[in-house]
Design a protein around this ligand. Structure first.
Ligand code: COA
Length: 377
C-alpha cells in the first residue's frame, strides 16, 4: 500500500551542514556552535558568515562583510517609490515579498547561480530587508524615511531606521540575539518552499519570495503576531484561565505553543525569556512580557503530560513589544533574520541540486464520458 507522508513528517529531503536540532533535548546548533553561545557572544553578521561559509570569519573577513552590508543597505529608488505606493493597502509581509522581488528584478546577475554570485545576492538581501521594513513603517506613519548609519551594526541599524532614535546598548543586544535565534532552523516549511523553488534552478530571489510567502502563515512565522493578539485579547492575568479554557473547548490552538520537532521547551524561547527579563527592568511597557510568563505557567499545568511547550514565537512577541515594535512587523522581522538560513540552504542546494517532484495518490473518478456543455443538465 502506498504510504502518504502527510506534512512530510519524518522525511529527510537533503543533507545539511547548517543546523542540527534535538527536539527531545531542546538543542539547537548552527554548524557546530550551540545557540546559547552564539546568542550571547556573536553578532547577526557573524552568524550570516558562519552559515554562508561553514566557519566563523577572521577579523578581516568580518570587516569585509560589514562593509559589504553597509553598501547594500540603502533602498533603490524603485523600491522606495513602490513602498510609498503600497503603504495603506498592502500588508507588511506582502510588501516584503514584493520588495525582494524588486531587488531581484534589478539584479542583472540574478540568474547567476555560481557560489560568488550567491554570496553577493545573499548579502544584498540580508542587508536590504531591514531597510525595507523600517522604511515601510516610517512611510505609513507619515514620517521621513531614516537612512542607515555606517557606524551602527545590523541590529542597531534596524532599530535606528525604524524608530528614528538611537537604541540603548541593551536594546541592541536583545535585537541582535533575537536575529541570531531566528537565523536558521533546518528544513522548516519556509526553507522547504525556497528549496522547492530553487530545485527547478529558479533564482535565489524567487526562492526567497516563496519562502516569505510561506513564513507568513500563522502555523509558521505568523505565530508571533498571533501570540501578541492572544495576549491583547487576554488583557490581564485574571482572564487567563477563562480565555484558555474557552479556546481549548472550541478545539482551537494556542499560538506560540507546540512544535513539529521540539517536544520540550524550545531553547530559543528560554533565551528570549531571559533577554525579556533584562528589558522588562526598564521598558515602559512590560505588561505583555509578564502576562506571557503567567500564561506559560497556566499552560504548563493545563497541558501537563502533552508534548506542548512554548516555541520561539511565545516570548518574541512581548520582547519585540518592549523594543517598541508594532506587532504586524514581528513576522517581517522573523524573515529578515531567517534570510541568513534560507540563503545558506540555497547555497548548499545549488551545489548539489535535484528537482523536487513528489507524487500525489490519485483517488478521483475514472473513465467518465465527456459531455459537451450544451448537453449538461
Ligand atoms: N495548542 C493546542 N493544541 C495543540 C497545539 C497548540 N498550539 N499544537 C498542537 N496541538 C495538538 C493538536 O491539536 C494535536 O492534538 P491531537 O493529537 O489530540 O489531535 C497534537 O497537538 C499534535 O498536533 P499536530 O497538528 O499534529 O502537530 P504539528 O506537528 O503538525 O504542529 C504546529 C506543529 C507548530 C503547527 C502546532 O503545534 C501549532 O499549530 N502551534 C501553534 C502555532 C505556532 O505557534 N506556530 C509556530 C511554530 S514555531
Amino acid at each position: 500500500m502506498t504510504e502518504i507522508a502527510r506534512g512530510l513528517e519524518g522525511i529527510y529531503v537533503t543533507e545539511t551542514k547548517l543546523c542540527r536540532i534535538d527536539g527531545q533535548k531542546g538543542e539547537l546548533v548552527y554548524s557546530g556552535y550551540d545557540i546559547y553561545e552564539l546568542a550571547e557572544q556573536s553578532t547577526f553578521e557573524e552568524v550570516c558568515f558562519l552559515l554562508w561559509n561553514g566557519r566563523l570569519p577572521t577579523k578581516a573577513e568580518y570587516d569585509d562583510l560589514i562593509e559589504h552590508m553597509r553598501r547594500e543597505r540603502p533602498l533603490s529608488p524603485l523600491n522606495n517609490r513602490l513602498l510609498h505606493e503600497m503603504v495603506g493597502f498592502v500588508r507588511p509581509m506582502r510588501t516584503l515579498e514584493i520588495a525582494v522581488t524588486v531587488v531581484g528584478a534589478l539584479d542583472r546577475n540574478s540568474s547567476d547561480l555560481s557560489p560568488a554570485a550567491l554570496q553577493e545576492q545573499a548579502t544584498r538581501l540580508a542587508a536590504r530587508m531591514p531597510t525595507v521594513i523600517a522604511a515601510f513603517h516610517r512611510i505609513r506613519q507619515g514620517k521621513e524615511v531614516v537612512a542607515p548609519r555606517d557606524d551602527l551594526n545590523h541590529a542597531a541599524n534596524f532599530l535606528w531606521m525604524l524608530r528614528g532614535s538611537e537604541p540603548t546598548p541593551l536594546e541592541v543586544e536583545v535585537m541582535n540575539a533575537a536575529l541570531i535565534l531566528h537565523a536558521e532552523h533546518e528544513m522548516n516549511a519556509s526553507t522547504f518552499a525556497a528549496f522547492v523553488t530553487a530545485s527547478t534552478q529558479s533564482d535565489m530571489y524567487s526562492a526567497i519570495a516563496s519562502a516569505i510567502g510561506t513564513l507568513k502563515g500563522p502555523l509558521h512565522g505568523g505565530a508571533n503576531d498571533a501570540v501578541f493578539k492572544t495576549l491583547e485579547a487576554i488583557g490581564t492575568e485574571d482572564n487567563i484561565p477563562s480565555y484558555v479554557d474557552a479556546l481549548m473547548e472550541r478545539g482551537e490552538r494556542i499560538m506560540g505553543i507546540g512544535h513539529r520537532i521540539y517536544k520540550t521547551t524550545d531553547p530559543r524561547a528560554i533565551i528570549l525569556e531571559r533577554l525579556g527579563a533584562e528589558l522588562a527592568k526598564t521598558a515602559p511597557d512590560a505588561k505583555y512580557y509578564h502576562l506571557s510568563q503567567k500564561l506559560r505557567d497556566y499552560l504548563a499545568k493545563k497541558l501537563e503530560g502533552r508534548p506542548l511547550y512554548p516555541n520561539v514565537d511565545f516570548f518574541s512577541a512581548s520582547v519585540y513589544k518592549m523594543l517598541g515594535i508594532p506587532n504586524d512587523l514581528y513576522t517581517p522581522i522573523f524573515a529578515m533574520a531567517r534570510i541568513a538560513g534560507w540563503t545558506a540552504h540555497l547555497m548548499e542546494q545549488y551545489a548539489n541540486n535535484r528537482l523536487v517532484r513528489p507524487n500525489a495518490l490519485y483517488e478521483g473518478a475514472e473513465n467518465r464520458p465527456y459531455v459537451p456543455i450544451e448537453k449538461r443538465g
